[in-house]
Design a protein around this ligand. Sequence first.
Ligand code: DX5
Ligand code: ZN
Length: 246
Amino acid sequence: SPPAIIAPSILSADFADLGRACSTTMGQGADWLHVDIMDGHFVPNITFGAPVVTKIRSHVDRPTGAYGRGTFDCHMMIAEPKRWVRDFQKAGCDLYCFHYEAAVSSTAADTPAGTSDAQTSPKELIRFIHELGMQAGIAIKPKTPVDVLWDILENPVSEERPDMVLVMTVEPGFGGQSFMASELPKVTALRERYPELPIEVDGGLSEKTIDQAADAGANVIVAGSAVFGASDPGEVIQKLRDAVEQ
Ligand code: DX5
Ligand code: ZN
């Protein structure tokens, strides 16, 4: 598997002091920051948009390469993922991770009847994200089967292939929910086919659930409440890392 990457979700940080929370969690050993963008349509909750990302970006050093320390991993839980690519690139997003479900349903809305191809939109979106110099991630919700990803991952055109897959282990929308072990077979199937692919898990990750996720093959670990709710967040980050590296 690729190296362990621990990405605290700042959804559970103090929104009134977000810049400081970002630099503090980096100082406690985080690799990336996981930035949850919610629009109140794709998920039943609203967080913040590109202007806030611009402000917090200055509190964390930019990464020097792909997957580097300080990567802003923007998890776009939004209905129109293509619409916001440029704004988030300008704001300092390094990895733009959109939802498969949102890309496919925006294709259906924008394309004349009969011409829509469920697989076309994710590919075009990935190409567009790459053209703007960001890494592209694709996320799937619990109800979405992993099989929808095979065509996208097997695309011979490298510009249209995702740099990471995010397997949600809760229904997106809120922090602090219970981990859904039922989603781990998706991770196992992805890891069997793609030994080098960064695979992220998000939702309910903690010292209690990390071993299952790591055994399945996840290497990018998002944790919100487990990190920001801990008395020693640095210790939690280290334990998550040790579990993946074992
Ligand atoms: C949920 C978000 C997660 C959330 C995880 O929709 O995508 O990133 O912050 O929070 P925890 O780790 O508390 O489940
Ligand atoms: Zn997330």
